[in-house]
Design a protein around this ligand. Sequence first.
Ligand code: ZN
Length: 471
Amino acid sequence: MTTEQRPPSVDLVIRRVTVLAGTRRPVAAYPDLPVDDPGRPEPVDFLHDHAIGVVGADIAWIKPDGEVSTADLETARVIDAPGRIAMPGMINTHSHSSMTYFRGSAEDVPTASWFNDHIWPMEVNLTERDVSLGARLAVAEMLLAGVTTVADHYFSMEQIAAAIDEGGMRAVLAETFFSSQGAAGLDRSAAFAAEWNGRADGRITTMLGPHAVYTVDDADLVRTADTARSIGVRSHVHASETMHQTESSLARRGVTPIQVLHDTGMLDAGALIAHGTGIVESDLAWLTPYSDRVGVACCAKVYQKHTHTTTPIRLLHDAGITVGIGTDGCASHNTLDMFESVRTMALVQKSDARDATWMPSSHSLDLLTRQSAAAIGREHDLGALRPGFKADIVLIDPRKPHLQPMNDLAAALVLSVRSSDVETVIVDGRVVVDGGRLVGVDLDPLMVEMNERLPGLTDRSHGTTIQTYAP
Ligand SMILES: [Zn+2]
């Protein structure tokens, strides 16, 4: 063998793990299939006692541990993790990271009051320093919980980008804007998207960030779609967040928010739609032609808390529309814990459908991994552990009373696991959480400074606001 033909030396080998290699998309209408029907989905591939080889930022191979050779181990760091479960790093498809600052600050109020009396008046006080501190705390919280990628939507996005870069995380970032900011809002969002796309060794990619269909007018949405096409990015936008928004849009202008996204070219240009709990059956006609570039982020705990209906996943699933899992910001979700989010999603789906066979854990895992990757346009290299995919890997320690005995791995990962069971986290081939601790990060000074600044940030006595919620 010549030097040119030698495979590249392996940098990292994870040994003796059970690999959640990937999922296959469940077939439509499967609840009606008997359990032993060959068409019924068993879409999770678990590989027992396997090893994962990483070269640089990518997975090079996955094979039975017994086939690992001495040559494989020559130059590699070895993580020997017998019995641990290796799963793809989780992708939070909708968040506002810096809102960790507002965790618990607007509780037990209806949606309009949440925005108008609490969040938007507090956001008047936000400084770039606050955004930076909030994002750094969010990065810590997410990495410790096995979340390796976040689709983020907020202000002062350079500060969040710096926190992502510093923390070694992956993100797709969108600078939020409203039409009330004039042309400068979109211009700033576009400048950020163009400048940061592909930065941090490719760990940061971007989208445009129109806030919502009710805060960005049609003319600006048309400009957004045109700008997105010219930069080569998609847009991340709140739309049909509640059924009330859909009904109000129909009453005022005779179209749903999803049709507005269609008519303004936003779907054609590619869109990550946050929430979509107000998506109705007639919206499928607008969405399905763009199913290769449109995804919906479901943040189920938030809908329960704010007493909204939930994302109509069954409707979207049967129409072939991708649905990913997200948390939304901590002001509404209280945590950035994706296990909590997927569990709530699964339970609400069953309860709403009054069908215990709908949304089995294998399907929930598909939403959590592969569909969340597709929702951000990364189905080709994220959301599964396969050769050629990015080495974003989470190791779960199953030696816990609440996970034993292990009858059903998929059910354990959806219904029993806790984020504190995450032992090791690897992003882009680099270990960022080791033994349940962030590598090289002391969170104490960060939390002290955040708490010192908190009274100024949550002060609402100025009587002003950044926006008014009246969809
Ligand atoms: Zn949101």
